[in-house]
Design a protein around this ligand. Sequence first.
Ligand SMILES: [Zn+2]
Ligand SMILES: [Zn+2]
Length: 364
Amino acid sequence: MEAVRTTAEGATRIKTKEVKAFGTQAADADLGQMNIQRRTPTPHDVEIEILYCGVCHSDLHTARNEWHGTIYPCVPGHEIVGRIVNVGSHVKKFKVGDSAAVGCMVDSCRECQYCKEGLEQYCEQGNIQTYNSPDKHLGTQTYGGYSESVVVHEDFVLRVPENLDLAATAPLLCAGITTYSPLKHWNVGAGKKVGIVGLGGLGHMGVKLAKAMGAEVIVFTTSTSKVEDAKRLGADDVVLSKDPDQMNRYAGKLHFVLDAVSAKHDINEYLNLLRVDGSLALVGAPEHPLPVAAFSLIPMRRSFAGSMIGGIPETQEMLDFCGRHNIVSDIEMIGIQQINEAYDRLLKGDVKYRFVIDMASLKK
Ligand SMILES: [Zn+2]
Ligand SMILES: [Zn+2]
């Protein structure tokens, strides 16, 4: 079904197509089926039939307006893998039938210093996120991957290595790049000792990636039940963070710590694991400020840092790296009708390690 709509500026008329989606109308409402409009591809766009979409904690935060600023209706999903079904007349990178992926961003200003460096996630104008950002084409908000299809400028579409399982690739688009980017930025590789704090959706990718980069990987977890799993994922050692003796074994020993915990925790305990010039980067986002003791940093010239997803060139680099090393996420596949239950389980940490929605279920 095609309709003609007028954009916010009122200047251009863009044709749209109505597609099925799953989203929510309010912070306290369950997600349910709805219809949304997708633009018909402009010359540089590709239209992707979505086959799989990963379920990120950000989806839940946004659907429930926990970070404020959610515009309803809200259709989450930014770990998208699918197949190209239509391409605009000027598209060069893709052809119909190619598999393709879309992550957390669908556009940016493309002109600022960061966009020019391929760091679109830090765009001075603010990147255009895959959902809940202003859609400059339609004048609405952007809608994410819990839907039949998506239309994206080819510059923000990624190639998927042929050897990777498509469903298990979906979480690489957020959980994968969010951990890959800081591991690369802080030069993780052979000869480096790296701590991964928290073994969830992000942490389990951090372990696999850091190990493939050649580092010695130590997982820090609060739960004894995760020790064996951490080793299966590739950890060289696992430390129960509640045990001071175990923590002390690594005091001043690590080159880098990737902290993927979003619950409240004492950051000083982890800063103390760093050797001279070591860095700790946060990728989890605890709700409240974290107190940092000056003497956790000063005596060893340590750095306390953060990192957000990754730019488009680096996201492609990450996918290619995963292709070469045969790395995908550990997933639990669900139908879209189970999404509300999946959110409840996500809150309890009851998933190994990422839910992925089989989007064929939306057609039922
Ligand atoms: Zn995410
Ligand atoms: Zn920019």
